[in-house]
Design a protein around this ligand. Structure first.
Ligand code: ISE
Length: 340
């Protein structure tokens, strides 16, 4: 399979490295508006063809699918172009920066009649989340009643501002919890605790986000992005018959200096490093048979609508209903069948 990579930043490099490990795949082209950046990226990864835009690459046409790791604001136009050209596209999260733009992508994909878009919500491919899902799906916990989560980062870069706790960090919980519970959200509320002294003056931190699902499950998520001890993702599902905890990342238990301890990761990329590889392998396998098995454009749209409701809830102090309408039949699991 001949692949194109759009963008040359952190995720583009990560994906280029992962594709080298996948059999039967070669990255045949790179796209970036800055020629020097593109040249460095392509020579680092041995990519033979360079394009200043997706239009240029489409005019050339010698590729089968594209991985879209452009800056967030560029996801919408490029994913639309890929759909229009009938190319499979793996788009990093968020699908687009506004719910309206995500809906645009959904509508374009439905109109094309082919399932072409997968969104990069990698937590669905993480082994620990998959183990927790097995417990829920097997009925071992009984019906889920409540979910308690924490999304903690040790720090965030200066570009992380405004409501990014909700629009950049929290979307991972939005997607993975819908998938874990096989449920949708109907309302959101955001409670702002006292602010930590570790946050920049212009940044609100932490947030406590509450979601309610259609089936009546109540979810609370702490998003705390200046949590000095490290990067820590917690999820606890309280069911009628038992409680399931997201397994901790594997690390050696140490007895040292009069302490019993485990290391805690500091970088989010390391926490989910394996899931990126599984995600891309499964995407390639799906594209080969013309199917999308991973997070769809509809999931990307749902995440954006939920995040918007949370932002509104934060600023209004109200419980905000999440109104999204019924999922189009096009995205029903049974409809996700071969497209090529
Ligand atoms: C970042 O953009 C991510 O996608 C990480 O997975 C997340 O944990 C982090 O909070 C975000 O800033």
């Amino acid at each position: 399979m001949r692949l194109l990579i759009l963008g040359t930043g952190g995720m583009a490099n990560k994906h280029a490295a992962s594709f080298k490990e996948i059999e039967g795949v070669s990255v045949v082209g790179g796209v970036d508006v800055v020629p020097e950046r593109l040249a460095a990226f392509c020579s680092e990864h041995g990519i033979p063809n360079r394009f200043a835009s997706l239009e240029e690459a489409l005019a050339w046409g010698e590729f089968d699918a594209a991985a879209n790791a452009t800056p967030d604001a560029v996801h919408h136009p490029t994913t639309r172009q890929a759909i229009a050209a009938g190319k499979h596209v793996f788009c990093e999260k968020p699908l687009a920066t506004t719910a309206a733009a995500c809906l645009n992508i959904v509508n374009a994909e439905v109109a094309s009649g082919r399932h072409l878009v997968q969104v990069g919500f990698m937590r669905r491919y993480d082994k620990s989340y998959r183990l927790l899902k097995q417990q829920i799906d097997s009925g071992n916990l009984g019906e889920p009643l409540m979910v308690h989560c924490a999304h903690r980062n040790p720090n965030v870069p200066d570009v992380y501002g405004g409501d990014m706790a909700i629009t950049d960090s929290f979307p991972h919980e939005i997607d993975v919890l819908r998938w874990l519970l096989d449920d949708d959200y109907i309302s959101a509320q955001v409670i702002m605790p006292r602010k930590t002294k570790h946050a920049r003056k212009d940044l609100d931190d932490p947030h406590m986000i509450l979601l309610e699902t259609r089936k009546g499950v109540r979810i609370d998520v702490e998003v705390f992005v200046n949590c000095p001890y490290g990067y820590d993702i917690q999820c606890q599902v309280v069911g009628e018959d038992g409680i399931g905890y997201l397994p901790e990342p594997m690390s050696v238990l140490l007895r040292k200096d009069a302490k019993l301890s485990h290391e805690i990761l500091q970088d989010w990329k390391l926490r989910f490093i394996d899931s990126y590889d599984v995600e891309l392998q499964e995407w390639i396998d799906s594209v080969k048979v013309g199917v999308v098995r991973g997070p769809t454009a509809w999931d990307g749209y749902f995440a954006a609508v939920t995040a918007d409701a949370c932002v509104e809830a934060k600023h209004s102090g109200q419980i905000v209903p999440i109104r999204i309408g019924e999922r189009p039949a096009f995205y029903a699991p049974a409809a996700l069948k071969p497209a090529a």
